[in-house]
Design a protein around this ligand. Structure first.
Ligand code: RB5
Length: 154
């Protein structure tokens, strides 16, 4: 299942992508906002982030005006690796190299068709592992506030 979330600014694009994914056969769940009234995006970043981090959802998509605030909020949750993207190349590479589990986009930045292309690239790409696996493991060490093993960064 793919978890979807937005604030008021991202609501319209979220609904367009929701229909797009349902038509393609994906299972999706909208974690809000469910109305277009002004609201605070961190709440919905949190709901989607928790759904992904807990395993309730396999991936998440977030939408706000720029995609930036959603990504900052989602990345505060342990286990979340959220990319804010406005083009397909970074979306694809963020899966292949960084194992991102949430994609955030800005409805005031990308058009509907570009957003669909970004989502396509992101969903069909897989994590390559290999040399990237240790780097992703280091995200977790930083997140857990541990000293990275055998590394002196200072
Ligand atoms: C809302 O006006 C806007 O600040 C929000 O959607 C988002 O762009 C924040 O990063």
């Amino acid at each position: 299942m793919i978890a979807l979330g937005s604030d008021h600014a991202g609501f319209g694009l979220k609904k367009i992508i929701e229909k797009y994914l349902v038509d393609l056969g994906y299972e999706v769940k909208d974690y809000g906002t469910l109305v277009e009234q002004r609201c605070d995006y961190p709440i919905f970043a949190y709901k989607v982030g928790r759904a992904v981090a807990s395993g309730e959802a396999q991936k998440g998509l977030l939408f706000c005006g720029t995609g930036v605030g959603m990504a900052i909020a989602a990345n505060k949750i342990k286990g979340v690796r959220c990319v804010c993207c406005a083009e397909p190349y970074s979306a694809r590479l963020s899966r292949m190299h960084n194992d991102t589990n949430i994609l955030s986009m800005g409805s005031r930045v990308v058009g509907d068709e570009l957003a669909k292309m970004i989502v396509d690239e992101w969903l069909k790409a897989s994590f390559e592992g290999g040399r990237h696996a240790n780097r992703v493991a280091l995200f977790t060490e930083i997140e857990e506030n541990r000293d990275p093993a055998e590394k002196k960064w200072e």
